[in-house]
Structures are given as C-alpha cells and as structure tokens.
Design a protein around this ligand. Structure first.
Ligand SMILES: CC(C)(COP(=O)(O)OP(=O)(O)OC[C@H]1O[C@@H](n2cnc3c(N)ncnc32)[C@H](O)[C@@H]1OP(=O)(O)O)[C@@H](O)C(=O)NCCC(=O)NCCS
Length: 175
C-alpha cells in the first residue's frame, strides 16, 4: 500500500552502489556508529555485483518530481543475504533497512521489509533474521508491529563476533 506516495521497490544494480553507500552512511550516523564504517562504494560493487555476490539489495525510488530536498530519487534500501539454520533450514538475513527521514511514515519501510520477506519465501526460507540496537525503540516498535519477535530477550541469544587481530589469532590457533 503506497498511501498516496508514489514509489517503487526494485532490485539494486551496480549503478545503485553510490546511493547505497550514501544511505549506508546516513543509517550509520543515525545509529551513532559512523566510525565503524569501512565499506566503500567499490566494496559494494565488488561484493554485491560480481559472480558470487555476498549480498543482494533492493532500492526504494521515487519519481524525479518527488526526489529528496538534496536531489536524491533513491530514498531507501535494504541489503539481505541467505543463511542457514541447523534447526529450521533456509533463512534470509536482513542486514540493513533504511528510509530517508523525509520519506518515513509513508509505507516505504513496510514495503521494503515485505519485499525481503517475499524474496525469502520464494527461495524456500522459513525465517527472516536481523538485529536492532537496543536503544532504537522506534525501529523495534516498527518490527514488533510487523510480527517480529526479540530472540535475545525470548531465547537468550547474544550476537557474537571475532574480528581484526583476534580473528587472525583465532585462525592461527593462538588463543
Ligand atoms: C524503521 C524504518 C525503516 C521504517 O520505515 P517507514 O517507511 O518510516 O515505515 P512505514 O511508513 O512503512 O511504517 C509501516 C508501519 O509501521 C508503523 N511504524 C513506523 N514507524 C513506527 C514507529 N516508530 N513506531 C511504531 N510504529 C511505526 C507505521 O505506523 C506503519 O503502520 P501501519 O501500516 O499500520 O500504518 C525507518 O523509520 C527508518 O529508516 N528508520 C531509521 C533507520 C533504522 O532504524 N533502520 C532499522 C535499523 S535496524
């Protein structure tokens, strides 16, 4: 449902990487983690649009006459990839979901997550997984409203990570 707002959701292409890179930074600023971003437009081009892509993307776009104040017709995106649950089988992981502030509350975020769900179901997935920062109450509310539940509070799962030197040491069996 577009609620009067004229927008389209379509698969991302190589040419979208510049805008994905821009919005990815906007999302990181919103999440107060800009200092963590190492990804460049070039990385996105290589990792998403070469022979064995590490991720897929979708773009929300508005017609030229509705573009953002600073001139962008590409105003939202989601990145996702396929994973596997040893309990439930095929799963889709949503890495990012973002709608530019001036376009929020018009059904675009809902249309983006619906598209990821459709693509996951079509690929035989039974789960959609993602993380959300604990203070991001408005997004948490949005997800709860879409029928999602909190795996950390309900099952006690924590996200774990190993990177940088620790990952190198792990690979060498140094720990
Ligand atoms: C979360 C986000 C993607 C939602 O996109 P959006 O386009 O504003 O949401 P929609 O207009 O599609 O809203 C869909 C539904 O969720 C509801 N909703 C949206 N924001 C909500 C909020 N903050 N609290 C409760 N409900 C909310 C809407 O009322 C609507 O409900 P309805 O269909 O019953 O009317 C967007 O706000 C965003 O980009 N936020 C910042 C980035 C972010 O936090 N991303 C998630 C990182 S994990």
């Amino acid at each position: 449902m577009s609620r009067g707002m004229d927008f389209t959701i379509r698969p991302a292409t190589l040419e979208d990487c510049k805008d994905i890179s821009r919005m990815l930074l906007e999302l990181a600023e919103y999440e107060k983690v800009s200092d963590q971003i190492k990804i460049t437009q070039r990385d996105l081009e290589q990792d998403g649009f070469s022979k064995n892509p590490f991720f897929h993307g979708i773009i929300a776009e508005v017609p030229e006459h509705l573009k953002s104040k600073d001139g962008h017709p590409k105003i939202g995106y989601s990145l996702y990839f396929y994973t596997y649950s040893s309990w439930k089988g095929r799963a889709v992981y949503m890495e990012d979901l973002y709608v530019m502030p001036e376009f929020r509350g018009k059904g675009i975020g809902k249309a983006l997550i619906a598209k990821v769900a459709q693509l996951g179901l079509a690929a035989g997935c039974t789960q959609l997984n993602f993380t959300v920062l604990d203070w991001n109450k408005s997004s948490l509310d949005f997800y709860l409203k879409q029928g999602c539940w909190d795996v950390t509070s309900d099952l006690g799962y924590h996200c774990m990570r190993c990177e940088g030197d620790a990952l190198q040491h792990m690979a060498q069996g140094d720990h």
